[in-house]
Design a protein around this ligand. Structure first.
Ligand code: SAM
Length: 286
């Protein structure tokens, strides 16, 4: 396993993934009853964008750095994410720090909520544990996130958000396992909200996978929000970023149609890239 998120932290794909994550956490927090947040591929939690690893590809220059401190986009979900990043930096006195999904979640979770975070890499897992050592309602596991997420269902709260964010180093295997995990989670807990991040490389492969995923999770609704900054079939590597969400909260699609153009304008070069939102099945799970 070679993938290290430190090389990619804060890039355009992280932005496109973390804004909906914030929106989902906020949507679940609209009800008082606690919920379980599961992060199947948690990473190390915190990233230093000034580190040698981060500076190598300078990927945050095309992501979080496009939003200088104090930026307000007029989109509540983007602004809530920016405020969480600013609060994280302020608390650590590190202006180049960037919160990964576990630490973003920590910002939005309430005392009645719980988190189950899984990371397979031993070194990254140690760092994540250290970051979260004073958070009582979290379990940080070293293992296979796909299997652990299924094993944790159904949650005692009967409410859950599962983020599935594999590295796609073995692209075909991670696409297959992400879809299989969504199906298995829903078999044990049909109302779980599941968000799967996926890379956009070849259009044909992505579309085929989404159609198959929609069939596997049916009759549960599926929404796919995509943002690309390079032509969708170009060979640059990562052309775009997708979030597939099963059982999306009511009206999330409407909100996404408002914030995706803003992200696109902020993250893509003028006249390049695009965004798209597709849905399968009925919308609006409470
Ligand atoms: N979710 C993180 C965030 O948004 O900040 C980023 C996660 S990164 C894309 C993927 C992580 O998955 C890496 O840290 C990698 O070590 C880890 N990983 C790879 N295979 C795994 C598996 N089967 N189970 C859990 N973690 C795994």
């Amino acid at each position: 396993m070679k993938y290290r998120h430190s090389f990619h932290a804060g890039n355009f794909a992280d932005v496109h993934k973390h804004v909906p994550l914030v929106a989902l956490l906020q949507a679940l927090a609209r009800k008082d009853k606690g919920f379980l947040f599961v992060d199947t591929h948690a990473g190390r939690g915190a990233y230093d964008l000034a580190s040698a690893a981060a500076r190598r590809g300078a990927e945050s220059a095309g992501g979080i750095d496009r939003f200088p401190p104090g930026t307000s986009t007029g989109q509540p979900e983007i602004d809530a994410w920016l405020e969480a990043v600013a609060a994280f930096r302020k608390a650590r006195h590190e202006r180049h720090a960037y919160p990964g999904s576990p630490l973003l979640a920590r910002h939005f979770l309430r005392p009645q909520d719980r988190a189950q975070l899984v990371e397979a890499d031993a070194g990254e897992h140690v760092e994540l544990r250290r970051e979260l050592r004073d958070w009582p309602r979290v379990v940080v596991e070293n293992g296979d996130g796909f299997a652990r997420a299924i094993a944790g269902m159904p949650p005692i709260e009967r409410r859950a958000l599962v983020l599935v964010d594999p590295p796609y180093e073995d692209t075909r295997a991670d696409f297959d396992r992400a879809a299989a995990t969504a199906k298995a989670v829903l078999e044990r807990f049909p109302t779980g909200v599941i968000a799967i991040w996926y890379p956009i490389k070849l259009e044909r492969d992505t579309t085929r996978w989404l159609e198959a995923l929609a069939a596997r999770v049916a009759p549960r609704p599926l929404l796919a929000a995509e943002l690309w900054i390079h032509p969708r079939d170009s060979r640059v590597g990562l052309n775009g970023s997708g979030m597939a969400i099963v059982n999306a909260p009511f009206r999330l699609d409407e909100r996404m149609r408002a914030w995706l153009p803003v992200l696109h304008q902020s993250l893509a070069a003028p006249g390049q890239g695009g965004w798209d939102l597709r849905t399968w099945g009925s919308e609006g799970v409470g």
